[in-house]
Design a protein around this ligand. Structure first.
Ligand code: GDP
Length: 434
C-alpha cells in the first residue's frame, strides 16, 4: 500500500483533512488501549484508492523551536511517504513558514501535491493563485471543514502512486516484525535470531527509503524481518520521540503477517507496552508476546507463572497470543521462536471448510441456545469464512440486533476450541440473511 503524508505549518488544517480522509475508524480495542487519542496514522480507502495516511503535524519533536519543528516534520514526510500533500491556508496566503516547508520539500524527488485549504466556496477560488509561487505546480483548492475538493486532490495524489508495490505479497514469505518500547532488546533479538542461521538472503529496501527489511531462509522457510533499520539507532533528531517510534511501529505492523510484541522481563509491563499491543490487535495481525532479558530476572519456580498472569491480566484482548520467555543475550529459547512464528502465520491464513464450520456452529448452538430478546430468538442460518489474515467469518441470522456481545464471544471461543487459531485474532460479522 502506498503511503501519503500531510505536511504544512500549524493551523492550516492538517488534522481536519486527515480525519476527513480516514473517517471514523475507532474500535473498542483501541479505546481500551488508549490508542485513539492523537491519531497520526491510519489506513484510508477513498473511492477506489487504498493507502496509508500520516499526519506529520501530530508528531511533536520535543523542545525544538517552531520553524525547526515544521522542518523536521517535512523531513519525516520525505522519509516515510510515497506522495506528500503540502497543505497551506488560502485565507492567510503564502507565509514565511510555508516557504520554509517548501525549501525542505524541494530536496526530495518524491511527488509533492500542493493543496490550499479553507477555500470554502467557489468565490474564494482566486485565492489559490498566490500559491503558484511555491513552485509545486497547480494548487488544489479544498475545504476540510466542508469536505470540498478532496476528490480532485486525491485523484492527483493517486496518479503519483508508485507503479510497483515493493510490498506486493509473495505468498511463500513469512513477514514479521518486532515492536516494543525502546531498550526492551528488539535489535538484540533480531541479531540473536539471525545468528541462529547465517543464511541471510539480503537486505531489501521496503516501500520507503528508510525501511530496510532483512530476508533469510530457515529450515526451508523464507522469512522477512520488517523494518530492521527502524530498530537501529540512526541519530536523527526525531527518531527518539515517542510519536515517531509509534509511527514506525504502526508501519511495521501494517507490513507484517506476525508481530512480536517484545517486553522487558526486568521491568515488567508498562502503559506504553499496552498501547503498542493495542495497535497490533487492531491491525488484525498474528501476535506473539516475547518477554526478553529473562536471564537478568531473579526468579524462583513461581516467577514465570506470575508474569504470565500479569500479561493475561494486562492484555486481555490478546488472550490468544502465545508467550515466550527468552534472552537475546544468552540466546535461551530464541531458537524456538521460529516454530511459533511459523505456526502463527499458518493459523492466521487458515481456511476452514464450510461444512465443518457449520457443524461446529450448529453444535455450539445446540449446547448453548442463542439468546432471546423480548420474545424473539436469534436464529443462525449459516456461517461462512469470507477471508483470511485474519480469519473472518460471516454469520447469517434472522435479526443481527439479537446477537449479543457475550454470545458472539461464546461462538468465537467454540471456533477456537475446535480449530486452534493460536496467535491469531478471528473476526465474526453478523449479517441479516437477505
Ligand atoms: P531496542 O531499543 O529494543 O532495540 O533494544 P536493544 O537491542 O538496543 O537493547 C537494549 C539494551 O538491553 C542493550 O544494552 C542490550 O545489551 C540489552 N539487552 C538486550 N537483550 C538482552 C537480554 O536478553 N538480556 C540482557 N541482560 N540484556 C539485554
Amino acid at each position: 500500500k502506498p503511503t501519503v503524508a500531510i505536511v504544512g505549518r500549524p493551523n492550516v488544517g492538517k488534522s481536519t483533512i486527515f480525519n476527513r480522509i480516514v473517517g471514523e475508524r475507532i474500535s473498542i480495542v483501541e479505546d481500551v488501549a488508549g490508542v485513539t487519542r492523537d491519531r497520526i496514522y491510519s489506513s484510508a480507502d477513498w473511492l477506489n484508492y487504498d493507502f496509508n495516511l500520516i499526519d506529520t503535524g501530530g508528531i511533536d519533536i520535543g523542545d525544538e523551536p517552531f520553524l525547526e519543528q515544521i522542518r523536521l516534520q517535512a523531513e519525516i514526510a520525505i522519509d516515510e511517504a510515497d506522495v506528500i500533500i503540502f497543505l497551506t491556508n488560502g485565507r492567510e496566503g503564502v507565509t514565511d513558514a510555508d516557504e520554509q516547508v517548501a525549501k525542505i520539500l524541494y530536496k526530495t524527488k518524491k511527488p509533492v501535491v500542493l493543496a490550499v485549504n479553507k477555500i470554502d466556496n467557489p468565490e474564494m477560488r482566486d485565492m489559490i493563485y498566490d500559491f503558484y509561487s511555491l513552485g509545486f505546480g497547480d494548487p488544489y483548492p479544498i475545504s476540510g471543514s466542508h469536505g470540498l475538493g478532496l476528490g480532485d486532490l486525491l485523484d492527483e495524489v493517486a496518479k503519483n502512486f508508485p507503479a510497483t508495490d515493493a510490498d506486493a505479497i509473495e505468498d511463500d514469505v513469512i513477514r514479521f516484525s518486532l515492536i516494543g518500547r525502546p531498550n526492551v532488546g528488539k535489535s538484540s533479538l533480531v541479531n540473536a535470531l539471525l545468528g541462529e542461521e547465517r543464511v541471510i538472503v539480503s537486505d531489501v529496501a521496503g516501500t520507503t527509503t528508510d525501511a530496510i527489511d532483512t530476508s533469510y531462509i530457515f529450515e526451508d522457510q523464507k522469512y522477512r524481518i520488517i523494518d530492521t533499520a527502524g530498530m537501529r539507532k540512526k541519530g536523527k533528531v526525531y527518531e527518539n520521540t515517542e510519536k515517531y517510534s509509534v509511527l514506525r511501529a504502526l508501519r511495521a505492523i501494517e507490513r507484517s503477517d506476525v508481530v512480536l510484541i517484545v517486553l522487558n522481563g526486568e521491568e515488567g509491563i508498562r502503559e506504553q507496552d499496552k498501547r503498542i499491543a493495542g495497535y497490533a490487535e487492531e491491525a488484525g495481525k498474528g501476535v506473539m508476546i516475547v518477554v526478553n532479558k529473562w536471564d537478568a530476572v531473579e526468579k524462583d519456580d513461581k516467577t514465570m507463572n506470575a508474569f504470565v498472569a500479569d500479561i493475561r491480566d494486562n492484555f486481555q484482548f490478546l488472550e490468544y497470543a502465545p508467550i515466550a520467555f527468552v534472552s537475546a543475550k544468552t540466546k535461551q529459547r530464541v531458537h524456538g521462536l521460529f516454530d511459533k512464528i511459523r505456526m502463527i502465520s499458518e493459523n492466521h491464513a487458515l481456511r476452514i471448510q464450510s461444512s465443518v464450520l457449520n457443524e461446529v456452529i450448529e453444535d455450539a448452538v445446540a449446547r448453548n441456545p442463542a439468546p432471546t430478546d423480548k420474545g424473539r430468538r436469534l436464529r443462525i442460518y449459516y456461517t461462512t469464512q469470507v477471508s483470511v489474515q485474519p480469519p473472518t467469518f460471516v454469520v447469517f441470522v434472522n435479526e443481527p440486533e439479537l446477537m449479543h456481545f457475550s454470545y458472539e464471544r461464546f461462538l468465537q471461543n467454540r471456533l477456537r476450541e475446535s480449530f486452534g487459531f493460536e496467535g491469531t485474532p478471528i473476526r465474526l460479522i453478523t449479517r441479516a440473511r437477505s
